[in-house]
Design a protein around this ligand. Structure first.
Ligand SMILES: [Zn+2]
Length: 175
């Protein structure tokens, strides 16, 4: 873009100021004052009359040629914002992971209790020591050690194991 085009489209770059206001707009639709495209990382600039201009992280590079001190500030803020967004993403992911692990643990421990109760019930009702095959498999699953896994794979393992146990459980022949 030529300087004159930029001035017509936005404003005179040497007359714009950046006071450090930049943020992650997330899904909220903010449009770039320069290219008019929806932007996620928003940098707010003002001219001397206080009119606000919103720039996306790509368009701030136009200032590199026309207002280098301004560009330097924007560039540093872009790095900061980028790091901040990445940390947020990581934190959200970790929170989601631990939520899903907690749910899996709960489900697994419930089904385990139910399975153990079903086996006890069978012994009590029949007076037999030997278990029918489906309960025998269930008991083996109950007694099998839990592997040491990272949270995500652990959650998957617990879900799979709970499903498997439920399968033997719902086998109809308890009598
Ligand atoms: Zn833009």
């Amino acid at each position: 873009m030529k300087l004159q085009d930029f001035i017509t489209r936005v404003a005179d770059p040497v007359k714009l100021e950046f006071k450090g206001k930049c943020y992650d707009a997330g899904a909220a639709s903010q449009h770039c004052s320069c290219c008019h495209r929806p932007i996620r990382q928003v940098f707010m600039l003002k001219d001397q009359s206080g009119t606000k201009f919103y720039f996306g992280s790509g368009c701030i590079d136009f200032f590199k040629k026309w207002n280098r001190p301004l560009w330097k500030k924007l560039d540093a803020s872009r790095t900061w914002l980028h790091t901040w967004i990445q940390q947020e993403v990581k934190a959200t992911r970790a929170a989601r992971k631990s939520d899903s692990l907690r749910l899996s643990e709960q489900k697994y421990s419930t089904i385990k209790k139910e399975a153990a109760a079903a086996i006890r019930e069978y012994h009590k009702k029949t007076g037999k020591e030997w278990l029918p095959e489906h309960l025998f498999v269930l008991q083996n699953l109950l007694n099998a050690p839990k592997p040491t896994l990272k949270p995500a794979s652990r959650s998957r393992w617990l879900d799979r194991r709970a499903e498997e146990m439920r399968k033997y459980f719902s086998a109809p022949t308890l009598a």
